[in-house]
Design a protein around this ligand. Structure first.
Ligand SMILES: N[C@@H](CCC[C@H](N)C(=O)O)C(=O)O
Length: 274
């Protein structure tokens, strides 16, 4: 029996989306990792599963998995993609996504770009989470990173504009540092102006990706906390640009960017190890 999927991306951060709203699929972490494999499976950075919403006001419940099969509470780029999918399916412009990190409101603009309210960041060491009490604005790690959770753990290193650090060297070491009991996504930011930043993100469970939505939100929050950025900032990643605003009135972080459907396909799940 074939199971259909959507292949989508947000600025080149790519996703396989499977729908469990009508019936549960036999998706174990091992099978998700096998399907996410770029040589032996469909291939993606994150694997997204849709379920029926169980919270009042939500249109769909979304679960995010990394390519290694681990689950994450948040994924900014996939949230925009799912919002655009649900918007098209239901003919609505403001889908509400239920996630492990809470309800996320979205707005689809006439040009197809999507704004997602990612909610407020969590900045306390227990909430990120960190293994012990430290100043979350200055972690005792290489590069003096700042930490924040956007529903998933992030640390942002602020590099000089001409710094040649390769995220593939420092990223995996920092992802697995014992200070992060659930591992972490590591952002490498270069502030170019108070409203303009370049960012590369080594993602937990997926490696270096072309863009990371929650990483862009965390980097803006950390840049503002460090006094380096304004609350509204352009974030340029290798896959393109996101616009991020850390709203003063309620502390929510708003992220706007594109959401693209690449193709639809189908796969025989039983041929993948479970
Ligand atoms: N690509 C994402 C984040 C995906 C999850 C992350 N790797 C984690 O494990 O927390 C985004 O766009 O936010």
């Amino acid at each position: 029996m074939k199971t259909s999927f959507y292949k989508m991306h947000g600025l080149g951060n790519d996703f396989v989306v499977m729908d469990e709203r009508a019936a549960r699929l036999d998706l174990t972490p091992a099978r998700i990792a096998a399907l996410s494999d770029r040589q032996r499976g469909i291939g993606c950075d994150q694997f997204v599963v849709l379920r029926p919403a169980c919270r009042e006001g939500a249109d769909v419940f979304v679960r995010f998995f990394n390519a290694d099969g681990s689950e994450s509470g948040a994924c900014g780029n996939a949230s925009r993609c799912v919002a655009s999918l649900i918007g098209r399916e239901r003919g609505i412009t403001s889908p509400v996504l239920q996630t492990r990190a809470g309800l996320l409101k979205s707005e689809i603009a006439p040009d197809g770009t999507v704004r997602v309210d990612m909610g407020p960041p969590a900045l306390g060491w227990r909430d990120i989470p960190l293994a012990r009490e430290v100043d979350t604005l200055h972690l005792p790690l290489w590069g003096d990173p700042a930490a924040a959770s956007m529903g998933n753990p992030h640390a942002t290193v602020f590099l000089e504009a001409d710094d040649a650090t390769d995220p593939r060297q420092q990223g995996p070491v920092m992802e697995h540092d014992p200070l992060f009991p659930e591992r972490a996504n590591i952002g490498f930011a270069q502030v170019r102006a108070r409203d303009d930043m370049r960012l590369r993100v080594w993602e937990r469970g997926a490696g270096l990706t072309l863009a990371c939505g929650s990483g862009a939100c965390a980097a803006v929050v950390n840049g503002v906390r460090r006094g380096l950025l304004e609350r509204t900032c352009r974030v340029e990643m290798d896959g393109g640009v996101l616009s991020v605003k850390w709203r003063e009135s309620d502390g929510h972080v708003l992220m706007r960017g594109p959401a693209t459907l690449s193709f639809e396909g189908s796969v025989v799940l039983d041929t993948y190890p479970r």
